[in-house]
Design a protein around this ligand. Sequence first.
Ligand SMILES: Cc1cc2nc3c(=O)[nH]c(=O)nc-3n(C[C@H](O)[C@H](O)[C@H](O)COP(=O)(O)OP(=O)(O)OC[C@H]3O[C@@H](n4cnc5c(N)ncnc54)[C@H](O)[C@@H]3O)c2cc1C
Length: 500
Amino acid sequence: MLGSGLDICLVESGGFTPDAETQALCDLQSTGYPVRENFMSRARYFGGSCNLWAGRNMTLNDLDFEARDWVPGSGWPIPHAEVTRYYPRTFEILELPTLDRVTPEFLVKGMSQDERRLFQDGPFAPTLSLWPKSATRFGSAFGSELRRATSARVLINASVTSLALNAAGNAVESVRAATTDGRQVEIRARCVVLACGGLENARLLLASRDRQPEGIGNGTDQVGRYFMDHPRAVFGKVHLPAGVKVPMLRGRPLSDGKLQVGVGLSPSTQRREGLLNHYVTLELQTSGYAEAKYQSFIQTMKVVLRRGYAGSRWDFARSHMTRIPDMIYLLSPKELMPHLVYRSYVALRDAIPSRPAPRTYVAVYFCEQPPDPQSRVMLSEETDRLGVNKLKLHWRIGDPVRQSVFRMQELLGRELERTGVGRLEAGDGDPLFTDASHHMGTTRMSASQRDGVVDTDCRVHGVTNLYIAGSSVFPCAGHANPTLTIVALALRLAERLRAL
Ligand SMILES: Cc1cc2nc3c(=O)[nH]c(=O)nc-3n(C[C@H](O)[C@H](O)[C@H](O)COP(=O)(O)OP(=O)(O)OC[C@H]3O[C@@H](n4cnc5c(N)ncnc54)[C@H](O)[C@@H]3O)c2cc1C
């Protein structure tokens, strides 16, 4: 948008580093399936949650955009091509390996014989996760450009508390913001874009009740519903015999980034068996830890390393720091080493001809959660220090997610054995899920106001100058981490706004 001739005012709740008071404005009440603590799932300061993110990028696929009769409420009201059109620039912004790395031919070329057997003529299709050399932190990547721009102003430490509509209730007249020490500011603009993250976007609409007591855009009771994440579960183990090689499944460095292949359910398997779009990756086994603890330790460690924690460091130290040596053990070489060192390490390892010894990996399931109107956020009676009602999050994962995990596990066991690639040790009991901090669906895109909050231009139904950016507009989550799609949709929205 810079250089478009438009005057831009970016209103940011936090400062340039995390602080506990501002971070606490995100505190919420969880009444459904448990979610991770506030400081681990969002960063409320300049640059947003991408100050913490892992930088894993995936594209949605055609089936994710289709209305599937076995997934109620599925389908996007725009074709997939409306998003892929923006991929070339999206890949540049995210500093990802070039698009030609995403082709099936490229993947097959890089696979070992064992990996090819696993994917040939079976129920699976490879999924592809891409990383840049190091995860893009939007605050530092674009901060100086914003600072230099004469057409943009950035207000930091200004938390938006509500939006005020005009008397007719069909346009935003002003945006109200406050500092944590009580100063107030009112901003007027021709167009307003809410880009406060998948939970706060819905919260601000619900909390803006001057003209519409049910909240802005909520005439049909859609705001806050359909909350989705990507439930993740460490469930079971995969034993590989001596000699089996799985380089792509374990992840490869490239000259311009990294990639990792996952074992996904192919579109035809999903169609035939009525399954969700799940995939599995093989990760290092965790010695000495119960499976359920594996992810929370890894995630805690990663957040600490990325300076995301804004609570009391003393409390944190008491509860977690003593375990840091074990946590470091859980991080893979690619997360601990700079890109060049990691690449050299892998190249050196590969140059020494060797027959791999038998190995065991844990199977990590990354799941699609279907849209469910009962999985939702609402306003709680409690307010934050700025007087805005906190959110009550009722996360409901639903049986279809579990059923797809169990079926996928069966298929994985069968295929590993059929192809001689390995043996599955099935997970015990019910999978224990964690959220992935992918907050989606709460202001979903829809063709009509009856079943959503924003239209196909990401404009709030019935409000002429209010737009929403972010994964809250996703009507369906698919299997892919959301940020790549968020960036592509933001580019699309910027194009629309420039044309106004
Ligand atoms: C630990 C972790 C790991 C992750 N890993 C991945 C990954 O590997 N791949 C992936 O695709 N995604 C990942 N994510 C998710 C990713 O970070 C989000 O999808 C992405 O940051 C969402 O971007 P956004 O701009 O919509 O929201 P955010 O990044 O949350 O930005 C919202 C911004 O709005 C500000 N704000 C909030 N409320 C207000 C208010 N009332 N007034 C003014 N400003 C406000 C916030 O301070 C923030 O700057 C991860 C997230 C976490 C926490």
